[in-house]
Design a protein around this ligand. Structure first.
Ligand SMILES: [Zn+2]
Length: 420
């Protein structure tokens, strides 16, 4: 019975995007990190087990952030007057070169991990930098902290400062080293990460695609974020019909599990390619507004059945807390709705679903509390004036809109308590 974890409290999650499932004053039981069930009355077989009684607090799934750059955490909230390509040149690239210095990487990635975990994101798809040493440090830090993550060495061999690009052979060597070292890890795993098509030669993309196939590894990158970027891709890849094809033709677009950030301007051919290849899109609302990239047509994609998760996109996005990205996703959808009343805004249930169960699918059965799912949970405490007066759904909505790490009083990943 030592593998059992029983939490008691007000359990709330989204099994579907339409509604919250609520179990008031109930027990959620997991065995070896997997959920066995939720019970209003605890079955007899569990009666003698230790129960962690969280009383009137909320028990919710942990947040899943499908797109962020760990190395950019310390530049959050800077350079926000710029658009994507200038912002990358003036801020991001300059900072990223310092991650080849072990001490700097250690310090910066530790503060990133502290904040990520405090804010309740315990599954994430993360870009490190092109530095193999720096990326290895990030693997070690997150492995020690016990959270679930895909981590990518950011591969690029052109169109970035010399200080952060490597030759194709160096990149492949470093990427392979990290794959070999971490491919059998349970929670922290490698992901193939071309930064974005403009910083990768066709030959590099091809080799990354064969690595993804050879090791059956997932892929992450950026796609159709900004109109200037799209024009640039057209000039760099004149033979491809569209931006998505630059990845697709190199086996980096759904041939293995793939997640693509932004995807604001997908044309109809690209949407079809996304659907045929089951590519997961990441909506990064804060970033898209900060860098004036545009607004993702989330409703249109959802209606077409395209899988979507949420991303803070640190540091295009300025806040690492995913509940804040949920709020921004609702707000942006309301702007679209104000301008075109036919486009239904996103509901609080829908954005919670995107940031938990929908994004969680990238990690297997995570982000929900259904049977067989991973016991990844946050315990949320709110003010007595609130908890005594409002419904569980209202309390969760209030936490999403106004809550922060002060409201999160415990965190679990696969049934293990996560220290902060
Ligand atoms: Zn990004």
């Amino acid at each position: 019975m030592e593998n059992l974890l029983i939490l008691k409290g007000n359990i709330i999650f989204t099994q579907t995007p339409e509604e919250f499932k609520v179990y008031k004053d109930s027990y959620i039981v997991s065995n070896k990190g997997k959920i066995e069930g939720i019970y209003n009355i605890l079955p007899e077989k569990y009666q003698n087990c230790l129960i962690k009684d969280y009383r009137n607090r909320l028990i919710i799934p942990t947040f899943v952030d499908l797109h962020l750059h760990a190395s950019q955490f310390i530049q959050c909230g800077m350079g926000m007057n710029k658009k994507l390509l200038d912002w990358l040149n003036d801020y991001t690239f300059k900072l990223e070169k310092d991650f080849s210095k072990a001490q700097f990487a250690q310090e910066a990635y530790n503060s990133f991990a502290d904040e990520l975990i405090k804010r309740g994101t315990l599954r994430a798809c993360i870009f490190a930098t092109s530095s193999t040493i720096g990326t290895e440090i990030l693997f070690e830090i997150l492995k020690k902290r016990g959270i679930g993550a895909y981590i990518g060495k950011v591969d690029m061999d052109r169109n970035a400062p010399e200080s952060i690009i490597e030759s194709k052979d160096q990149l492949i060597k470093g990427t392979k080293y990290l794959i070999e070292k971490y491919k059998n890890e349970k929670l922290v795993k490698p992901i193939i990460t071309p930064r974005f098509a403009p910083t990768c030669s066709d030959e590099l993309l091809k080799e990354l695609g064969s690595l993804a196939n050879k090791y059956d590894l997932p892929v992450q990158s950026h796609l159709d974020e900004n109109l200037d970027e799209i024009k640039w891709v057209q000039s760099l890849f004149p033979k491809t019909k569209n931006y998505s094809q630059a990845y697709y033709l190199n086996d980096l677009f759904g041939q293995t599990k793939t997640v693509m950030a932004h995807c604001i301007y997908l044309n109809e051919d690209e949407i079809n390619l996304v659907r045929e290849n089951n590519v997961m899109l990441v909506h990064c609302p804060d970033s898209n507004i900060n860098l004036r990239s545009g607004i993702m047509p989330v409703r249109k994609y959802l209606d077409l059945g395209v899988p979507i998760g949420l991303g803070s996109d640190i540091a295009g996005g300025h806040r690492i807390a995913l509940n804040e990205s949920m709020v921004r996703a609702v707000q942006l959808s309301k702007i679209l709705n104000i301008n075109s009343p036919g486009i239904k805004p996103l509901s609080i249930q829908e954005v919670f679903y995107l940031g938990t169960k929908s994004g969680g699918k990238f990690f297997g059965n995570t982000g929900s509390f259904e049977k067989g799912y991973s016991m990844d949970a946050l315990i949320i405490e709110d003010d007595k004036l609130i908890s005594g007066r409002y419904s569980i759904e209202d309390r969760l909505e209030k936490f999403i809109y106004t809550g922060d790490d002060r409201n999160i009083c415990a965190r679990y990943v696969e049934g293990k308590y996560i220290e902060i």
